[in-house]
Each structure stands twice: as C-alpha cells, then as structure tokens.
Unconditional design. Structure first.
Lengths: 342, 538
C-alpha cells in the first residue's frame, strides 16, 4: 500500500498571472477526484505541475513516498510514474494502437511488456484494433487508447485533462461511465480536470472546486452541491437562488418561506436554495408568475417573478407542466435543508 | 523561496553548437582590428571587385527578373499544348552549376563569353528558376476576382496582368531575384573561368598567390556585408509575400488558351531555353565523356576525385541534418529564448559564399590546430585534414538542412513530447522514438539537399581541401581552366546528374496530382493542387 498523492502550498505564476495559488490537496489511493472550475482558473496548470511539465514556484508535490517537486528538488516527468490523458489524446500517429500502448513499457522485459499491453487493451476493449493506426479510429476509441496508454505502465496516478470535451454530447454520457468503469477496474488513482459540473458531480468520488488559482472547496459531490462553501461555489456548481433571511436556531425565515438550516445560526444571513427545493401550486391568488420555462426532458426549469420583485428558479419533474404566464404559489419543499453562504 | 530550475543541458548544448557554427562568421570583421592595413596592400583589388560585382548585380538582376517573371506569367496565365511538361522543364537549369555551363560554353568557344557580359548571360540562364518558381507560386495564389475587377475597369487581359498580377507578386519576384543574386555573388568557378574579377576571385588570389590571410578575411568581410544586405532584402520580401499569398484563396485565375502562332511561340521559346541551358550541355558533355574514355584523356585522379566527392557529400549529408536536428530540438526542448536566437544566428551561413565561409573558419581552426600540435605533437589535425572542410560545409549548409528539419519539427504538436515524457521517455528518447520517425521524410530531404550541394561546392573546397583531396568539382574547374574540356566532361556530367535528383523529387511531389488535374478542372482540385505547390516552392 503506497502513500497517496499530496500537494502542499503549491503556487505557480506566469509573469503577472498567478495561475495556481497555495494549493493544498490530498488524493487517496484508488480515488477518482475531479478538479472543477471555469476555464482559466488554473486547473490545467495544476495538472501540469503534478505531471512535471511545469515547475512550481513554491510548495511541494509528493507522488507515493517521493517528493517530485519541492525546495531544491525537481523530478523530471519521465520519472514521476504519473500517466496523463490529454484533451486531444496526443496519440503517436506513426505508431499502431498496440505500439502506442506499449510506448511506456520500453524498459520492461519482453514478456512483461506483451502481457501488460495485451491486458490493458483488453481492459479498454480494443484488442481487435491493436494493429490500427490512431488515424483509423473513432473519437471514443482514440480516447480509450489514450487511457490504455496511460494505464499500461501502472502509474501511481492518472491525470485526465478535460477528457470528454472533444466528444459529441450524445457520446459523452456513455463514455463517461465507460471510463469510470475502466479506471475502477484498473484500481487506478485518478485526477480529472473539467469545467463541466455535471461531469464532475456524476463521475468523481470527491471534487475540488477551483477559482482564480485557489481551491475553494473540497468534498464529496453531494456535499459540494448541498453545502456550498460560498455563494460563488453554489452558483458555479449548479443553479441556485441566494435568499436573504433571518436565522433563528435551526431555521431561517425568508420572503419565500421558512427553510431548515443545516447548522443552527442567528441574525441576518444569506442562504443558497437549489431550484428543486421549491414546490409550486397553480393559484389565482399566488405569490409569483411564471416568466419562462425551460424543458429539459426528465425535468423542467421555471423562471418565476415573485411578488417581491425577485426572480426565482424552480426545478420540477416534468410529470406536470405549467404554462408561462400562470399565477402560482411558490413555497419551500418539505425537508428543504439549506446552507449559509457569504 | 522560489525553486530554481537547474541549468538546462539542452539549452547549453544549443548555445554552444550555435556559437561554434556562427562564431567564425561573427569573428570575420575582427580582421580589420587585427591587421588594419593588410587590405591596402591590395588596393587595386577592391575597386575592381566592386565594379565587377555591381555589373553582375545589375545585369543578372535585370536578366533573371525579366526572364523569370515572363516565363512564370506565361505558364500561369496561358494554356498551350504541353504546358504541364514545360512548366517543370523550366526548373531543370537549377541542376546546372554555373561552372559546368561555363565549361560547355568555353568548349564550344562561344564568341565574347570571356567577359562580364558573358558571365551575366551564364548566370541569367542558370539562376532564373529562382524567380520563375517564386513568381509562379505567387501568380497561382492570386484570386481571379482581382484580375476580373481590373478587366471590368476596362483593362485588356495583358494590361491586367502587367498592372495587377505582377505588382501583386512583387514581393515574391523580388525574393527570387535576391536569391539568384546571392548565388551569383557566391559563385567562384564561373567568374574565375571567364576572367571576371569579383570578390570570390580576389579572395582566391590573395589567399593562394599572396598568402595573406588577413587581407582575404577583410575582402570576405566586404563580400559578406553585400550578401547579408541581399539576405535582408529577401527576408523582408518573403515576409510580405506570405501575407499576400494567404490573402487570396479559392478562385484561381483560369488560363487563356493560346492558338496558332502564339501557341507555337509559347512552346518553342521555353524549349529552346531549356535546350540551350540543359539539354545541349548534357549532350555535349556526354559526347566529350565518351571521347575522353576512348582516347584515355580521363584524368588519372578521376576515380579518387569521384570517391572524395561521394565521401564528403555522404558524410555531410549525415552530419549536417543531424546537427540541424539536434539544434532545432534543443531549442524546442529547452524552450529557451536565448537558444532560439543562437540557432537563428547559426543559420546565417547559408547564402554566404563558400570562400567567405572558408576564410572565416580557417583562422580559429588554425589557432586550435597549433595549440593541439604544441600539446600533443599530432600535427595539423583540423586544417590539414577533411575535418576543416567538413566544418566549413556544416557552417555553409546548416541553414539548408535547418529549413526542412525545423518545418518538420514544428508540425509535431508539443503534446506528443509531453505524452512521451509522461510515459517515461527522457528528452533524447522523445527525439529518437517520436520525432525522428515522424519527420523521416523531412530528414531525407535535408540529407539529399546537402548531398547535392556538397557535390557541387567549389570555392570552399578549393581553399580548404587537404593535399590530394581533389573532388569532382575541382577536377572540372582545373581541367576547364587548362582548356582540357574532354577531361572535364565526365566529372561535370556526374555533378549535373546528381543535381537533377532533388529537382526530380520536387517535380514528382508536385506532379502527382497533375493527371487528375487535367481530368477534373474543378475548383476543389485546383485548391488542393495549389496547396501542394505552395509547400514545394516555399
């Protein structure tokens, strides 16, 4: 059992741009962690610092029991035992699928190399494409080759840089599941970088939300979603209504009604209420009017104008549809628990 | 506390190599400091050389400008029987070194050839393809809309070409003229054999007759500054040419079908030109070669010269692309701006006359030689052997290989380097396992170009060859100078035949789509063809 991946106070600037600031992060063995943030937040730089393509200005990075970057010590990428799956896959066009997968195994014995190559190709289900060149493969197949190539040398950590952004939306969900299963089968430790919150929430064991070079929250998907650490984090991970209210013990009174609080509080506060934490009923003497409706298949997102003047987002199952212009009564759903935000 | 990147090995390697290659050239002007009045002892040489150089620049510049542009316009805007063939036949003179054509002209005893006018004619005939190729690429890249607009404004077709197409192609044409003039300045064999006293000739005489190295270096410095001025002109023109070519894409000017006399003239004119410049000399050289073998006129050193030429060319073809590759990769792997600048400096040797390079490298090499000799008693291991000559070839032809190597390397995304590093490959592994296999075609091209150029090289070889180290080029020059034309013929023939190789490769690469083009004159096919031509002629 090796030690996990550890980052301690890692910073990196490019000229005046502070790409990564004081990042501290642990990744447990066998864990699938996602770094989620808007583009330009420094998440790709973070990945490159771990892979060794960039050298941190300060802080240190541990892979297994080795310090790979720290004061006075920089281990080059080829000796870090960190595999990487690139956004555009970066497959070697002059090599076959098999040779691509075997690329990182050149220092192994012949038998070991062949066994690992065959085993990894089977893991990703591409043994029948072993002799093809990358140019002959579909996007999804290329991605699986890139994954197999990164996994074959049995790295301590696999990094995935926006792995699904090059694929059709229709393929994405299926491939996401497939990649997750492959990573779990291989018992790999993986760090995935993405700006797609749905991807991060559905795939990762834990996620780290990143903003302007800093990690603002780390936790399990349901925790990050349900207990956002800040207004920004709440807004970035899904849709949210931020309501002002007066907290008294384990509840908060807002203009839209009373919500339970996760932790007791008192005084004037703001709470983050997710759109699905409301209920609607059509009533002529309702307190809001439906302004817009966005049909999403399994559910519907309504935009309401509350009589107080504010806009409220409400998400409901699509079992029953309400028309735009309808007068409705909006109130907290039973058991809607909210968290305080700044 | 910040982490320090350790001193990067590749950056250091690149800087040192670049310094080694560019150092002698940069040091050349120092000769004015070392012995300020050397050149005054040869005070007659400089005005004479300047005058001859001015005549050559004006004469050859005008000649290649008119001939190259006219031929390019003919094949770009007109259609006539056999156009596809003629288009490429017009490139063939590229394979003919000036001194070989001079051998042919002297052997036939053409009247008035031993003069500045004669030299201008020879250079115009063998150097116009530079203008022709660049102008043709520019014409073919022009959009038909512009020409049609000109005609809509009342210009005749001929006037539209002259007033719109030619001015638009001006950067490309000027670039071609500058390249041709650089070649003319670099030439030693032609001017020496024709008795035209230019700088290369003066350097040779000061070197071998007066044995004054300082004066030779100072002459070389003057010649280098003229060449660098032309090089600058070419760079500026090429920068603008790129802009022009990419401004227009898609609709290509449809050629006008010539009929009757015009068509006959369009076929016969270029055929006569190529016949005179390439076919007749080749035939004559063939006849002389056969005679020389039958009559036992072949120089006894012929076999040794052929072996020397092939060995020097082969070693250079291996060495120069490898150095270019390591240099280009050093820039890429280190990401160092200093290394990139140094590498650019290392490629200025291209276009510089072989005599300049030879004079520039000999001084540091001789200095080093004496140190080594004093320390070990090994004798003159650098200047007394082929090592000095190979080094001069490296300085002179590095840029030639650099062009194809760097272009090939730039096409490989950096992501692939990183992917390989992440998979345990160190930087040398990346080069060997990813880059070299992916750019093997570019490396082969570089090797071929260097091989051919070394086979043709005369002036540096003449100054730096070790005793008994004559090459085919020197054999041609010596025999021609002694009017032994039959003896000169076979080595000259071999040089031209080898020189045809890259031209043939170029035609093959471009002509591959030629047949399909005849069949489908669709816009798509044209655009594709255009792209391939741009690549080849770039």
């Amino acid at each position: 059992m090796t030690a996990p991946i550890r980052l301690r106070g890692v910073s990196k600037s490019f000229g005046a741009t502070h790409a990564v600031r004081e990042v501290t992060l642990d990744i447990e063995r066998g864990e699938l962690m996602a770094v989620l943030g808007p583009s330009g937040c420094g998440k790709t730089t973070l990945l490159r610092l771990i892979a060794g393509f960039e050298v941190p200005d300060s802080g240190c990075v541990n892979v297994g029991e080795t310090v790979v970057a720290g004061p006075g010590r920089v281990v080059p990428p080829e000796r870090r035992r960190v595999g990487m799956v690139f956004q555009d896959y970066a497959l070697f066009p002059h090599l076959t699928v098999e040779a691509n997968v075997a690329f990182g195994l050149s220092r192994r014995s012949r038998e070991e190399r062949e066994a690992l190559t065959r085993g990894t190709l089977e893991l990703v289900g591409l043994q029948h494409k072993a002799g093809d060149h990358p140019g002959e493969l579909s996007g999804g197949e290329r991605q699986r080759v890139a994954l197999a190539r990164a996994l074959a040398p049995e790295p301590e950590l696999v990094l995935l840089d926006e792995p699904f952004s090059n694929l059709d939306a229709t393929l994405r969900a299926g491939l996401r599941r497939e990649v997750e299963l492959i990573l779990r089968d291989a018992e790999a430790t993986a760090l995935l970088v993405t700006h797609d919150q749905e991807e991060a929430l559905s795939l990762a064991d834990r996620l780290a939300v990143m903003r302007e070079g800093r990690i603002v929250q780390v936790g399990a998907p349901e925790e990050v979603y349900g207990r956002p650490a800040s207004r920004w984090a709440a807004q970035f991970v899904g849709e949210v209504n931020v309501l002002a209210g007066v907290a008294r013990g384990d509840g908060v009174e807002t203009e839209l009604g009373r919500f339970d609080l996760r932790a007791p509080a008192s005084g004037t506060v703001h709470v983050a209420v997710r759109p699905e934490q409301f209920e609607l009923t059509v009533r002529h003497d309702g307190n809001a009017e439906i302004v817009a409706r966005e049909f999403r298949g399994h559910d519907v997102l309504y935009r309401l104008r509350h009589e107080g003047g504010r806009t409220v987002l409400v998400q409901l199952p699509s079992l029953e549809l309400y028309e735009v212009g309808a007068r409705v009564f909006v109130r907290p759903a039973p058991a809607a628990v909210t968290s305080l935000v700044d | 506390m910040g982490l320090r990147r350790r001193l990067d090995g590749w950056a250091v390697f690149t800087l040192l190599t670049a310094l080694l290659v560019a150092g002698p050239l940069i040091g050349l002007p120092l000769s004015f400091l070392a012995a300020p009045d050397s050149i005054s002892r040869f005070s007659g040489l400089v005005p004479e050389a300047l005058a001859a150089t001015a005549v050559l620049l004006v004469g050859v510049g005008t000649g290649v400008l008119l001939l190259g542009t006219a031929l390019a316009a003919l094949v770009s805007f007109c259609d006539f029987p056999g156009r596809g063939w003629i288009e490429w036949a017009l490139v063939l003179p590229l394979a003919m070194p000036g001194y070989v054509f001079t051998l042919f002209a002297l052997g036939l005893d053409l009247p008035g050839i031993r003069s500045e006018a004669g030299a201008v004619c020879v250079f115009t005939l063998v150097l116009y393809p530079y203008v022709y190729l660049l102008a043709r690429a520019a014409f073919l890249a022009q959009s038909r809309a512009l020409l049609e607009a000109a005609r809509g404004l009342g210009l005749s077709r001929r006037a539209a070409v002259l007033k719109v197409a030619v001015p638009l192609a001006r950067p490309a044409i000027l670039g071609g003229v500058a390249l041709a003039l650089m070649e003319a300045l670099a030439d030693f064999g032609t001017v020496n054999l024709l008795g035209v006293r230019t700088f290369t000739d003066a350097i040779y005489r000061v070197w071998f007759t007066a044995l004054d190295r300082d004066a030779a270096m100072q002459l070389a410095t003057i010649l280098m500054s003229v060449t660098l001025a032309l090089l600058l002109l070419e760079r500026l023109a090429r920068g603008r040419a790129r802009y022009h070519q990419h401004a227009a894409r898609g609709d290509v000017v449809p050629p006008v079908r010539l009929r009757g006399l015009a068509a006959a003239a369009a076929v016969i004119g270029p055929l006569i030109l190529v016949g005179v410049t390439v076919l007749a000399p080749l035939a004559q050289l063939g006849v002389w070669s056969v005679e020389s073998i039958q009559d036992g006129l072949l120089a006894p050193e012929f076999a040794a010269a052929a072996r020397n030429s092939v060995l020097l060319a082969a070693v250079s073809a291996l060495l120069v692309p490898i150095v270019a590759l390591l240099l280009a990769y050093g820039v890429r792997a280190s990401g160092s701006r200093a290394a990139a600048g140094a590498a650019r400096a290392a490629t200025i040797g291209y276009g510089l006359p072989g005599s300049v390079v030879a004079v520039a490298v000999i001084v540091p090499l001789a200095w080093l030689d004496h140190r080594i000799d004093a320390a070990t008693g090994a004798g003159l291991v650098l200047t007394g052997t082929v090592i000095g000559l190979l080094f001069a070839y490296l300085v002179r032809f590095l840029a030639l290989a650099w062009g194809s190597v760097e272009a090939g390397l730039m096409r490989i995304p950096r992501r692939l380097d990183e992917a390989a590093r992440g998979l345990g490959a160190d930087r040398l592994d990346v080069l060997a396992r990813v880059h070299v296999p992916m750019m093997s075609a570019g490396l082969a091209t570089a090797a071929l170009l260097v091989f051919v150029e070394v086979m043709k090289e005369l002036s540096a070889t003449l100054l730096l060859r070790p005793t008994g180290g004559d090459t085919l080029a020197i054999a041609v020059w010596q025999a021609t100078a002694e009017s032994l034309f039959e003896t000169a013929a076979l080595p000259a023939l071999l040089i031209v035949l080898v020189g045809l190789l890259p031209v043939a490769v170029m035609i093959r690469l471009s002509g591959r789509r030629g047949a399909e083009l005849e069949a489908a004159q669709g816009a798509g096919a044209w655009a594709e063809e255009l792209e391939s031509r741009e690549v080849v002629t770039a």
